[in-house]
Design a protein around this ligand. Structure first.
Ligand code: EPZ
Length: 430
C-alpha cells in the first residue's frame, strides 16, 4: 500500500504544467467504439482510471496502444467481441459505464455491472437508462447487471432531471448514430462535454449546442476515425492553484484554461489570494497573508465544482473566520473531514453542510485518503501543516493525478513516496 510522507510548512514556488483532462479523456476513449476505424488521442494523462478504461476496451476486443511518455493513445476497435467487458473492471470504475451508449449505437447487445455506489455517494444510472430507453434501447437489470439491446436507436426528445455529466455523455454518443434527431434538455454543460462533442464532430457526427443545456444531435449513418487532443484538466489545475495558496507560496500554473475555472478563481480572489492571468493559458496564484473565510456551495458547471470542494475546504481549515461549505452534487462528499480534523482542523458536518472554523495552523498526522479528491485535500493540508503527515491509501490519488508528488517536489515540496507491504500498512480504510 503506497503512502506519502509529507514535510509541511514549505511555501511552493515556481512553474508547473497541467496534464490532459481525466474527465474529458474517459468519455473520448469510449467514443472510439463508435467507429471501426482507428482513433488517435493526444494529451492522454497517465492515470489509473485511463489504464482501467483501456483495459475495458481491450476486454471488448479493441486493440489499444498507449505511449505514456508521449501521452498518445491509438485505438483500433475492429469488430467488437460480444459486448460484455470484464465485470471486475467495470465495477472498479464508474466511468466504464460510458461504453453503454457507443455499444448500443452500434447495435451491440451489452451487459454491464451496475456501477457500485462509491465513496462519494450512491451514484445511480437511472438518467442514463431513461434517455437511452427513449431512443429505443431495451434494458433489464439481472443479478446487478444492466443488460441492454436495440435493433437500432431512434432520435428522441430527452429531459434530464439532473444535469448528469455521464448521462449527457452517454446519450450524446448514442444519438450520433441514431436514426433522426435527438434533443437533449437540461444537459450538463461541463467543458468535458464540449471536448467530447468536438471529438465526435471530427469523426463525422453532427452535435450542436454542447456546453449549453440544450444539445441537438442529428444521427448519421456512420463515423470515421480521428486524431484529437484532450483539453487541460481543470480540476488538476485548480488543485495546483490551491496548493500554492495553502502553502503561502507563489506559483504559475501553465497549460490551464482560465475560462474553465472562473468559479474557483473568483473564490480565491474573494478569500484574498493574488490571482493573475499571466498569459492565455497561464495563471499565477500567490498567498497574500492568511486567507479570509469564504462560504462555498458546489453546483453543476459553471458553478463551483464538487471535484474541488475537498481541496478548497482544506484551505478554509486555515482561513481567518468561519466558512460554510454546502455540497449539492453528491450526498457523501465530506469523507476528508475526518482526516482534516485529525490534523487540528475544526469542521462540523451537518448533512450536506460543513461548518469550517479556520485555525491558525494544522499539525501533521497519519491520515487515510478516503477517495480521489479527498486524497488531494489531505495532501494539500499536509503541505501546509506543521510537521510530518503520512498520507495512507494514496492509491486513490493515482486514479486522477499523474506523478503529482513529483511536480509538487519540483515546486519545493518535501514529499517521499513509500511502498508498504499490505500487512504493514496501518488500517487503510476504503
Ligand atoms: C462526473 O461523474 C465526473 N467523473 C465526476 O468527477 C464529477 O464529480 C461529476 O461528473 C459531477 O461533476 C467523470 O467525468 C469521469 P453525474 P458522473 O452523473 O458522470 C446523480 C472526479 O473526482 N445522478 O453528473 O458520475 C448522481 O448520483 C469525479 O474526477 C443520478 O441521480 O456524475 C450525483 O449525485 C468524481 N442519476 C449527480 O447526479 C444518474 O443517472 C452527479 O452525477 C446519474 C447521476
Amino acid at each position: 500500500m503506497d503512502q506519502l510522507l509529507i514535510q509541511g510548512g514549505i511555501p511552493l514556488r515556481g512553474k508547473v504544467r497541467v496534464n490532459g483532462s481525466k474527465n474529458a479523456c474517459l468519455p473520448i476513449i469510449a467514443a472510439a467504439l463508435l467507429t471501426n476505424e482507428n482513433t488517435i488521442i493526444e494529451g492522454v494523462p497517465d492515470l489509473l482510471d485511463v489504464r482501467t478504461m483501456i483495459a475495458v476496451l481491450e476486454g471488448l476486443g479493441a486493440a489499444v496502444d498507449y505511449c505514456q511518455e508521449q501521452g498518445l493513445l491509438r485505438i483500433a476497435p475492429g469488430e467488437l467481441s460480444p459486448a460484455a467487458p470484464p465485470a471486475d473492471l467495470v465495477s472498479r470504475m464508474r466511468a466504464s459505464f460510458l461504453v453503454l451508449g457507443p455499444l448500443l449505437a452500434r447495435k451491440k447487445p451489452v451487459r454491464l455491472p451496475l456501477p457500485g455506489g462509491c465513496a462519494i455517494g450512491t451514484r445511480p444510472v437511472d438518467l442514463h437508462l431513461k434517455g437511452l430507453t427513449a431512443m429505443g434501447a431495451q434494458f433489464s437489470i439481472i443479478n446487478g447487471c444492466v443488460e441492454g439491446h436495440t435493433t437500432g436507436l431512434q432520435g428522441a426528445g430527452v429531459y434530464l432531471d439532473f444535469p448528469s455529466v455521464g448521462a449527457t455523455e452517454n446519450i450524446i454518443m448514442a444519438a450520433t448514430l441514431a436514426r433522426g434527431t435527438t434533443i437533449l434538455d437540461n444537459a450538463a454543460t461541463e467543458p468535458e462535454i464540449v471536448d467530447l462533442a468536438n471529438c465526435l464532430n471530427s469523426m463525422g457526427a453532427q452535435v450542436v449546442g454542447a456546453g449549453t443545456s440544450r444539445v441537438r444531435i442529428e444521427g448519421v449513418p456512420g463515423l470515421g476515425g480521428t486524431r484529437h487532443t484532450i483539453i487541460p484538466d481543470r480540476i488538476e489545475a485548480g488543485t495546483l492553484l490551491l496548493a500554492s495558496v495553502i502553502t503561502g507560496g507563489d506559483v504559475i500554473v501553465e497549460n490551464i484554461l482560465p475560462d474553465h475555472l472562473k468559479s474557483l478563481l473568483a473564490k480565491l480572489t474573494e478569500a484574498g489570494a493574488i490571482i493573475e492571468e499571466v498569459g492565455p493559458t497561464a495563471v499565477r496564484a500567490a498567498a497574500n497573508g492568511r486567507t479570509d473565510a469564504v462560504d462555498l456551495k458546489t453546483m453543476p458547471y459553471p458553478g463551483f465544482s464538487t471535484d474541488l470542494q475537498p481541496q478548497f475546504m482544506a484551505l478554509m481549515a486555515l482561513s481567518d473566520g468561519t466558512s460554510t461549505v454546502i455540497e449539492t452534487v453528491f450526498e457523501n462528499r465530506f469523507r476528508h473531514v475526518e482526516g482534516l480534523n485529525s490534523m487540528g482542523a475544526q469542521i462540523q458536518v451537518e448533512g450536506r453542510q460543513a461548518i469550517v472554523q479556520g485555525r491558525p495552523y494544522l499539525t501533521g498526522a497519519p491520515v487515510v485518503a478516503p477517495d480521489l479528491r479527498g486524497a488531494a485535500a489531505l495532501l494539500l493540508a499536509g503541505l501546509a501543516a506543521q510537521g510530518e503527515t503520512e498520507l495512507l491509501s494514496v492509491r486513490h490519488l493515482w486514479r486522477g493525478y499523474s506523478r503529482l508528488e513529483e511536480r509538487l517536489v519540483s515546486l519545493g515540496a518535501q514529499i517521499k513516496r513509500i511502498a508498504k507491504e499490505p500487512e504493514q500498512a496501518v488500517r487503510t480504510g476504503s
